[in-house]
Design a protein around this ligand. Structure first.
Ligand code: 13P
Length: 287
């Protein structure tokens, strides 16, 4: 059931668990995430980066595929189709394409400009019943060519942006997209705690979910994180399972080259990873 992410994240915040945002890349990815959410009776957010949207030939294709798949699979759990790290222009493209949620990432803009554009997009999104995420303090690392230096957000700026009427807020707390370097200092819980106090009931978003130790995830949830984004980790397990299949020569046996067979181990690996995360985040049976 396609919905905005507002209600599921308000419930998560009040219930002290988090909803996973799993980024999708193609049909197999989407199917794996939707089927796992349904199986575990968990709400879920499908994240679409600009790069993934382009790869799938455009946001309209993505929205049409997700809507049809949601219906054909008989998905009854709440599913939000969300633009990840959107530019101003991409937010409008996703609004037109029929997404149910957008993230406007104005974190690299001067703060005043971030505020102005966020305000405008909040009005537009809410007019259409969509949810909107904003970002303060850039998330470190690289995702689909978008590079952030990784800075901790200022609680006062978080409060100003939260007051613009957004539905959930991504705040940098030392998190980084992609695999964490060996010398990573970990999440900055003092910063998270101050931000949480400043924004009150606003659900907080933790980007860069890949590779954060379980105990840090649990602590972040206890301090007000209600949405956790995972992308790279699903890519890594998909690649490893596909490699194993090919290296075992299974594509050369019988009709093992059939794409439906070739992609099956990777798809199963995504399902297993999504299940592991939903259990960790506490969203099972919260649909
Ligand atoms: P990872 O690729 O590090 O899991 O980050 C995902 C993310 O934050 C998407 O916005």
């Amino acid at each position: 059931m396609l919905v905005s992410a507002t209600e599921m994240l308000q419930k998560a915040k009040a219930g002290h668990y988090a909803v996973g945002q799993f980024n999708i890349n193609n049909l197999e990815w989407t199917k794996a995430v939707l089927q796992t959410a349904q199986e575990l009776n968990s709400p879920v957010i499908l994240g679409v980066s600009a790069g993934a949207g382009k790869y799938m030939t455009g946001y309209k294709t993505v929205a049409a595929m997700v809507k049809a798949m949601d219906e054909c699979l008989g998905i009854t759990v709440p599913v939000a189709l969300h633009l990840d790290h959107g530019t101003y222009d991409d937010c409008y493209k996703c609004i037109d394409a029929g997404f149910t949620s957008i993230m406007f990432d104005g974190s690299h803009l001067p703060f005043e400009e971030n505020v102005e554009k966020t305000k405008e997009l909040v009005a537009k999104a809410h007019e259409l019943g969509m949810s909107i995420e904003a970002e303060v303090g850039s998330i470190g690392g690289e995702e689909d060519g978008v590079i952030g230096m990784g800075e901790c957000a200022d609680p006062a700026e978080c409060k100003s942006v939260a007051d613009l009427g957004i539905d959930f807020l991504a705040a940098g707390i030392g998190n980084i997209h992609g695999v964490y370097p060996a010398n990573w200092a970990g999440l900055q819980f003092d910063v998270l705690s101050n931000i949480s106090d400043a924004v009150g009931a606003m659900p907080l978003v933790l980007h860069g979910g890949t590779g954060i130790p379980d105990e840090q995830i649990t602590r972040a949830i206890s301090l007000g994180v209600s949405k956790i984004n995972v992308n790279t980790e699903c890519q890594l397990v998909f690649a490893a399972a596909t490699r194993e299949y090919v290296e075992a020569g299974k594509d050369l046996q019988g009709k093992g080259f059939d794409p439906r067979k070739l992609l099956a181990p990777g798809t199963q690996a995504i399902k297993d990873k999504v299940k592991e995360k939903m259990i960790l985040f506490g969203s099972v049976d919260k649909a």
